[in-house]
Write a new protein. Structure first.
Length: 298
C-alpha cells in the first residue's frame, strides 16, 4: 500500500511527498537498507530496466494485436470492443504494474543517504528552534500569568481602598454640609444678636437721656422750692418763662422721638405742658387776686 501510494504520487509529480515518506519510514528501515544499497543498486537497476523494456514491448505487441483483431472484427461487435478498450485504459491508469512499482522502489532506495541526513538535520534544527521558541513562550506565559495574578491582587486592594475612601469622602461631605448649615444658622443668629445689641445700645442711650432730663426737671423743681421757702417775694423775678422752658425742653427731647419710647416721652411732655399751663393760669389768677386784694385794702 505504501509503495502504491508512492507510485500514485510519483505519477502526479509530487516527488517531495515521496522524499518525505521515505525520510520518515524509520531509523530501522534505513539501517537495514544502508548495507545492501551500495552492492545491489546497479544490478537491480539493470534488471528492472530490462524487465520494464520487455513488459513494455509485450504490452505494445498485445495492444497492436488487439487493435488488429478489433479492426477485423468491427462487424461483429463494435460496442463491446470500445467498452473493453475503455476498461483497459482505466485499468492502466488506476493500477500500475509490478515492474513499475519495483522501479519506483529502486529509485526511492537510490536516494542518497546524505540528502536524508541533511533533511533530518534540518528537521531536527527546526524542531529544536520550535522547542526553544515554545519554552520561551511558555516562560513568558508563566511570567505574564504571575504578573496578572499580582495585578489582580493589587487591583482588589486598590478597589477596597477606593471604597473605603469613597465612604469616608461621603461622610466628610455630609459633615461639611452640616457645618455649612450650622454656619448659616450662626450667621443668622449673629445678625439677630447684632440687631438686638444695637437696639439695646439705643435703649441705653435713651435711658441716659431720660435720666438726664429727669434730673434737670428735678433740679428745676428743687430750685423753685428753694426760692419759695427762702424768698417768696422774689418768686416773680427769679422764675423763668414757662413757654421758653417748654420750648427748651421740647428741643432737648427732639432727637429721641423716633424711638419706641417716643410716645411715652411725648405724653410726659404734654403732661408737663399742661402743668405749666395750669401754673401760668393760677399765677395769673394769683396776680389778679393780689391786685384786687390790694385795692380792697387800700
Amino acid at each position: 500500500l505504501k509503495y502504491f501510494i508512492i507510485y500514485i504520487m510519483y505519477l502526479n509529480g509530487n516527488s517531495t511527498v515521496i522524499d518525505d515518506i521515505n525520510r520518515y519510514d524509520g531509523k530501522s528501515d534505513r539501517k537495514k537498507y544502508n548495507g545492501q544499497k551500495n552492492s545491489t543498486n546497479e544490478s537491480q537497476l539493470e534488471s528492472t530496466r530490462r524487465s520494464h523494456r520487455r513488459k513494455h514491448s509485450s504490452k505494445s505487441r498485445s495492444l497492436s494485436k488487439t487493435k488488429a483483431s478489433s479492426s477485423n472484427n468491427e462487424d461483429f461487435n463494435d460496442n463491446s470492443n470500445s467498452s473493453m478498450a475503455n476498461k483497459l485504459r482505466r485499468h492502466k491508469k488506476t493500477k500500475p504494474s509490478a515492474n513499475e512499482t519495483d522501479g519506483l522502489i529502486v529509485k526511492g532506495e537510490l536516494i542518497p543517504e546524505r540528502d536524508l541526513m541533511e533533511a533530518l538535520s534540518e528537521k531536527e534544527t527546526l524542531i529544536s528552534k520550535y522547542k526553544t521558541k515554545y519554552s520561551k513562550l511558555e516562560k513568558n506565559y508563566q511570567e505574564v500569568t504571575s504578573k496578572n495574578s499580582n495585578l489582580q491582587v493589587l487591583l482588589e486592594k486598590c478597589e477596597a481602598e477606593y471604597n473605603e475612601l469613597h465612604t469616608h469622602y461621603e461622610e466628610l461631605i455630609k459633615h461639611v454640609q452640616s457645618l455649612d448649615q450650622e454656619r448659616i444658622n450662626n450667621q443668622l443668629g449673629n445678625k439677630k444678636v447684632v440687631a438686638e445689641n444695637m437696639q439695646l445700645h439705643e435703649d441705653v442711650s435713651l435711658l441716659k437721656i431720660l435720666i438726664y432730663r429727669l434730673n434737670v426737671e428735678l433740679q428745676r423743681y428743687q430750685d423753685k422750692l428753694r426760692l419759695l421757702n427762702v424768698k417768696p417775694d422774689e418768686e416773680k423775678t427769679e422764675t423763668t418763662d414757662p413757654a421758653t422752658e417748654s420750648k427748651r425742653v421740647s428741643e432737648a427731647w427732639g432727637h429721641v422721638n423716633n424711638h419706641a419710647l417716643a410716645p411715652l416721652l411725648e405724653a410726659y411732655q404734654e403732661h408737663l405742658e399742661e402743668k405749666n399751663d395750669l401754673i401760668r393760669h393760677f399765677r395769673n389768677e394769683m396776680d389778679d387776686f393780689g391786685g384786687k386784694f390790694k385795692e380792697i385794702v387800700a
